[in-house]
Write a protein that binds this ligand. Structure first.
Ligand code: FAD
Length: 222
């Protein structure tokens, strides 16, 4: 399993045993997540902006309006931090102090690069679309040259990175295990409900199979 670049900045210090640095795990978490949060300093103001993304190999792609403040700032090559969080459960301990969450999260550090090559740009948009809904790219109308011009796409390296994973039951103080208070884990998962067809769909436009059967996978081992 190939290891990510563990640096002084990405070394998990708090509960270090929960830190994970293998690429396979990090990639699986990135592939399962839907939303990332991008932290950066914009003219002295710290911002953390949520957005969609897609992964291909060792690159994370993000996109948006070519006049987006975030994309403009990131395209300037400033330091940034991208996080993805998967929430697996609420951990209820006997003591309030020991309540926690089961989670899998990734932190990436680095600098984004603006994609100027039109072929790579289109590939990146396909990756982002397929990350959201596998099967959609082939079905939907492709971007026009005007739409491509109006879209900025950035690539972020998956190199200096860490994952952190908490699983398992609550961890109480030994003395509290004698208490009658209920404790345990309330598992949480992201699930899709039934699709809502747009009322302007033409007759005969049926819900595609990839929507009817849509689910987010989990790389979590029981
Ligand atoms: C859903 C969720 C809920 C959480 N709730 C709490 C909470 O209530 N209180 C709390 O203290 N902590 C919570 N955490 C853990 C939190 O993310 C931090 O790991 C923790 O607070 C330690 O922060 P630190 O700055 O001391 O980390 P340090 O260990 O000093 O961080 C050093 C480096 O480790 C890596 N790292 C740290 N945290 C993470 C992470 N979560 N994922 C990937 N890499 C990481 C980064 O590269 C970072 O630069 C939660 C995490 C998640 C995902």
């Amino acid at each position: 399993m190939s290891e990510l670049q563990k640096t002084e900045r990405t070394q998990v210090k708090r509960r270090a045993q929960r830190g994970v640095y293998d690429r396979e795990t990090v990639n699986a978490l990135l592939d399962e997540g839907l939303v990332c949060h991008i932290g950066f300093l914009a003219e002295g103001t710290p911002l953390v902006i949520p957005t969609g993304y897609g992964r291909r190999g060792e690159k994370l792609y993000i996109h948006g309006s070519s006049v987006s403040g975030m994309l403009g700032a990131l395209a300037g090559g400033i330091d940034a931090c991208v996080t993805v969080t998967l929430l697996d459960g609420i951990v209820l301990a006997r003591a309030v102090f020991h309540h926690s969450m089961n989670y899998r999260s990734v932190v990436l550090l680095g600098k984004a690069t603006l994609i100027v090559d039109p072929v790579e740009k289109l590939v990146a948009l396909e990756v982002i679309t397929e990350h959201l809904v596998p099967g959609r790219w082939d079905d939907a109308r492709k971007p026009t040259p005007q739409e491509l011009d109006a879209t900025a796409v950035l690539s972020f390296p998956i190199e200096e990175a860490s994952a952190k994973i908490r699983t398992g039951p609550p961890i109480d103080k030994e003395a509290d295990y004698g208490s009658p208070i209920w404790a345990g884990v309330l598992p949480l998962a992201l699930t899709a409900s039934e699709a809502i067809t747009d009322e302007r769909c033409l007759p005969g436009a049926t819900v595609p199979d990839y929507i009817r059967t849509y689910k987010r996978g989990t790389s979590l081992k029981a």
